[in-house]
Write a protein that binds this ligand. Structure first.
Ligand code: NAD
Length: 420
C-alpha cells in the first residue's frame, strides 16, 4: 500500500520517515521547496536525534518528497495530514492550512482514499470541516473517501523513538473499514490501541496536553511558593514524584512550558470552551502561571545582580527544550525581549537554534561556544537544559538557572535556581 504525508514539519517528516522505515512506500509533500529539496538530498530540515541516519537509509528507496500535493494524493491510497494548526490572536486554532489542503485534495480524488488527520484539531473538526469540505465537493463519505483521527503524541528530541514505541495509538472514526486499514498500517506497534469516535480522539490530544501543561504550572506554583520560604522545590518534587499516583515526570519547576503544542493547545481549548459557554478557570490559570514564569527569572536577576540596565548578561540556550532546534513559544525569547526592554547587553549561545534566533534578533552578540558566553558576561542565565552546558566551567560567575540543569548534578559555585 502506497502512502502520502502532507506537511513535512516536526510531525509529518517523522511520520513519513517512520512509515518508510516500516517498509511502506511513502511520498511526502510540502509547500516549502527548500524543505522538499533538503529531504530528497537526505539533509534533515529540522534537528531531531537519529533523523539524518534514518533519511540516509530510506531516501529515495522508500521515501521521496515533492511539492506536488495532487500527484502525491493520486499516487497513494492513504494520506496522513500533518499541516500546522497554529493559534490565532485570541488563542483560537487556525484551520487555514488544513482547509487549503482539503480544497486541493477534494478536486483530485478518483478512487477510495483514507485521510488520517494527525494535526491537532479541536473536537468537531473531522466531522464539521474535513468530511464536510469533501462532501461539499461532491465526494461521498465511506464511498469515495474516509477519515480517521489519529492524534500525534511525539516528544520533540525523542520523536523517532516515540514513533516506533508509542505509549498508545488513538484512532477515532465512524468508519470501520478505514479504522481497520489504519490499524493494519500500525500493526507492528505493540502498545494499546484506543478506538473511539472522532470527537473523543480529538479531545484525547487536548486533554493530554492540557494535563501535562497543568502539571508544569502546578509545580512552578509550588516552586514559586517554595522559593519565598527558602525551600528547595526539587526536593519537594522528588518527595511528591515517588508517589505512584503522582509520578516524577513533568515535575521539574523552571521558566515554564513553551514549544509549538502546550501554549497553543491549551489556548485553543480555553477559546473553544468559552465559545461553548463554559468558563475553563483551571486552564486559564495554567496559562497565567506560565506567562509570568520567565519574569520570575528576571526578578531574581534584578534582586541578586541588579540593576539590569547596561549589564552584560550571557544566555545559554534558546530552544524551548533540549534535543530540538524548535524555538516556537520558547521562554528564552520572552526573556530576551524583557532583558532588551531593560537595556541589558546580551550575548548568546545555543547549539542548534542560533540561525533561527538571529533572524528575529539580528543585533545581539552571538558567541561560538557556551564557554565564550561565560567569558564575556557578568551573569549567566540558563534557558535550555542542554546536557553539554553541565560540562562548562562557570568559575565564580553568578549563574541563574531557569531550567533545572543541575537537577541531579554538582552545581556551579555561585549558583541560584528560579524555584530552588
Ligand atoms: P510544522 O509547522 O513544523 O509543519 C507543518 C508543515 O506543513 C510545514 O512544513 C508547512 O510548510 C507544511 N504545509 C503547510 N501548508 C501546506 C500545504 N498546503 N501543503 C503541504 N504542506 C503544507 O508543524 P508541526 O510541529 O509538525 O505540527 C503539525 C501538527 O501536529 C500541528 O497541528 C501540531 O499541533 C501537531 N503536533 C505537533 C507536535 C510537535 O511536537 N511539533 C506534536 C504533536 C502534534
Amino acid at each position: 500500500m502506497k502512502l502520502s504525508v502532507v506537511g513535512l514539519g516536526y510531525v509529518g517528516l517523522i511520520q513519513a520517515a517512520g512509515m518508510a522505515k516500516l517498509g511502506y512506500e511513502v511520498i511526502g509533500t510540502d509547500i516549502d521547496k527548500e524543505k522538499v529539496d533538503n529531504i530528497n538530498n537526505r539533509v534533515p530540515p529540522i534537528y531531531e536525534k537519529g533523523l539524518k541516519e534514518l533519511l540516509d537509509e530510506i531516501v529515495p528507496r522508500k521515501l521521496t518528497a515533492t511539492q506536488d500535493l495532487k500527484k502525491a494524493i493520486k499516487e497513494s491510497e492513504v494520506t496522513f495530514i500533518c499541516v500546522g494548526t497554529p493559534s490565532k490572536r485570541q488563542g483560537e486554532m487556525s484551520l487555514h492550512q488544513l482547509e487549503n489542503v482539503l480544497k486541493q485534495i477534494s478536486t483530485v480524488l478518483d478512487k477510495y482514499h483514507v485521510f488520517v488527520i494527525k494535526s491537532t484539531v479541536v473536537p468537531g473538526t473531522c466531522e464539521n470541516v474535513v468530511i464536510k469540505t469533501m462532501e461539499n465537493a461532491g465526494k461521498r463519505y465511506k464511498v469515495d473517501f474516509s477519515v480517521v483521527m489519529n492524534p500525534e503524541f511525539l516528544r520533540e528530541g525523542e520523536a523517532i523513538e516515540d514513533f516506533f514505541a508509542p505509549d498508545r495509538v488513538v484512532l477515532g472514526s465512524s468508519d470501520e473499514k478505514a479504522l481497520s486499514i489504519v490499524k493494519m498500517l500500525y500493526s507492528e506497534f505493540k502498545c494499546p490501541f484506543v478506538e473511539s469516535g472522532f470527537k473523543e480522539a480529538e479531545m484525547i490530544k487536548y486533554a493530554s496536553n492540557a494535563f501535562l501543561a497543568t502539571k508544569i504550572s502546578f509545580i512552578n506554583e509550588i516552586g514559586n511558593i517554595s522559593k519565598i520560604y527558602g525551600i528547595d522545590a526539587n526536593v519537594v518534587a522528588k518527595g511528591m514524584g515517588l508517589d505512584k499516583r503522582i509520578n516524577p515526570h513533568f515535575l521539574r519547576s523552571g521558566i515554564g512550558f513553551g514549544g509549538s503544542c502546550f501554549p497553543k493547545d491549551v489556548s485553543a481549548l480555553v477559546y473553544k470552551a468559552t465559545e461553548l459557554g463554559y468558563n475553563p478557570r483551571l486552564m486559564r490559570s495554567v496559562l497565567d502561571v506560565n506567562r509570568d514564569q520567565p519574569l520570575k527569572l528576571i526578578e531574581l536577576l534584578d534582586r541578586s545582580a541588579g540593576p539590569i540596565k547596561g549589564k552584560k548578561i550571557g544566555l545559554l540556550g534558546l530552544t524551548f527544550k533540549s534535543g530540538t532546534d524548535d524555538i516556537r513559544e520558547s521562554p528564552a525569547l520572552l526573556t530576551i525581549k524583557e532583558l532588551l526592554m531593560e537595556e541589558a547587553k546580551l550575548c548568546i549561545y545555543d547549539p542548534k537554534a542560533m540561525d533561527k534566533v538571529q533572524k528575529i534578533f539580528p543585533h545581539l552578540t552571538y558567541e561560538k561556544t557556551g564557554q565564550d558566553v561565560i567569558k564575556n558576561s557578568e551573569v549567566v542565565l540558563i534557558l535550555t537544559e542542554w546536557p553539554q552546558f553541565r560540562e562548562l566551567d562557570f568559575g565564580n560567575k553568578l549563574v541563574i538557572d531557569g531550567k533545572n540543569l543541575f537537577y541531579d548534578g554538582k552545581r556551579p559555585k555561585n549558583y541560584m535556581g528560579i524555584c530552588w
